[in-house]
Design a protein around this ligand. Structure first.
Ligand code: DAH
Length: 339
């Protein structure tokens, strides 16, 4: 029996030695140590052995088993290591190779400017709302005090879809939607795209963006308008910025004004940037016309409000000193990356 066990061990070790793959080692394990393996077969012969010799025999079998297991395990470990090493060698990375560039986009100057404006007004307690780009004539003109025969309608000639459906020429239409909701007070800005049948040049585009502002509450006065917009200008263009209101006309506000800011390049002394003026026009504004309030179901005896409209591109062009609006629409990444 002892010789038999010795033979088994030698054969097993020989086969382990000759194995050149993990699968082969596994075969050896099955053949010698498995349920139907050689050692198990030997154990089954136990019954033919004299009872007093059985413990000794059992011990011998166990020793043989442990020895085979030990050598087998060591071989498996060695084999695994060399497999891993071979794999690492195959997958070697040349860290000195130039990396592939990952081209990500860039925020558009309009977006950067809009987020800045939103930040300022949200800080003053305003809500940011949106209105539809395809609009009824009523919201774009009529409800803003611009009846069918009003000359202001010609100034803002637009694209008609059909009948009284058109692409909005101004975000002021959003004011009407907000007022009609009947929830007061209102403190909102409404950024969005507007459309006009203009030729493309350095300062015009048939599609551009505006940000509308509207505040309606009891006892709102022109002083609130001035204070709010002066604060806005300071936040946007710098603490030293001064504002100036020039009387103007908009059909939906009374009184109306245009607001200028001191040139943030020269501080107001006059330079090439402000064309020697020292001032730069920035937005239109005014106290909401009582008739406009009334048409949207707000009692002008109880409530007053102010409104303003500012061109988003105009802010982006000024703030980033871009001299041609068309650059904003080309989306050339070399241009966009500069902001
Ligand atoms: N909607 C005007 C425009 O497109 C801008 C504007 C002026 C809006 C005065 C206003 C405002 O709300 O009060 O020229």
């Amino acid at each position: 029996m002892k010789e038999k066990l010795e033979q088994i061990k030698e054969e097993a070790l020989k086969q382990i030695e000759a194995s050149d793959a993990l699968e082969k080692l596994n075969e050896v394990r099955v053949n010698f140590l498995g349920k139907k393996g050689e050692l198990t077969a030997v154990m089954k012969g136990m019954k033919d052995i004299a009872p007093e010799d059985r413990p000794k025999f059992g011990q011998l079998v166990n020793e043989t088993r442990s020895e085979i297991e030990r050598v087998l395990e060591a071989s498996v470990k060695k084999m695994e290591r060399s497999v891993r090493e071979a794999k690492l060698k195959r997958e070697v990375i040349d860290v000195t190779l130039p990396a592939k560039k990952n081209h990500v986009g860039h925020r558009h100057p309009n977006t950067i400017a809009l987020e800045e404006v939103e930040r300022i007004f949200i800080g003053m307690g305003y809500e940011v709302v949106e209105g539809p780009e395809v609009e009824k004539d009523y919201y774009n003109f009529e409800a803003l005090n611009i009846p069918a025969d009003h000359p202001a309608k010609d100034e803002q000639d637009t694209f008609y879809i059909e009948g009284d459906i058109l692409l909005r020429t101004q975000t002021s239409s959003t004011q009407v939607h907000e007022m009609e909701k009947g929830k007061l007070p209102i403190r909102m800005i409404a950024p969005g795209r507007v459309f006009r049948s203009d030729e493309v040049d350095a300062t015009h585009s048939p599609s551009f963006h505006q940000i509308e502002g509207l505040v309606i509450d009891r006892n709102i006065t022109f002083a609130d308008l001035k204070g709010t917009l002066a604060e806005f200008a300071k936040e946007l263009f710098g603490e030293d910025t001064k504002v100036k209101f020039r009387p103007h006309h908009f059909p939906f506000t009374e009184p109306s004004a245009e607001m200028d800011v001191t040139c943030f390049k020269c501080g107001g002394t006059g330079c090439r940037f402000c064309k020697g003026e020292g001032w730069i026009e920035i937005l239109g504004c005014g106290m909401v016309h009582p008739h406009v309030l009334e048409m949207s179901g707000i009692d002008p005896e109880q409530y007053t409000g102010f409104a303003f409209g500012v061109g988003l591109e105009r802010i982006a062009l000024l703030k980033y000193e871009i001299d041609d609006m068309r650059l904003l629409y080309e989306n050339d990444i070399r241009f966009l990356k500069q902001f």
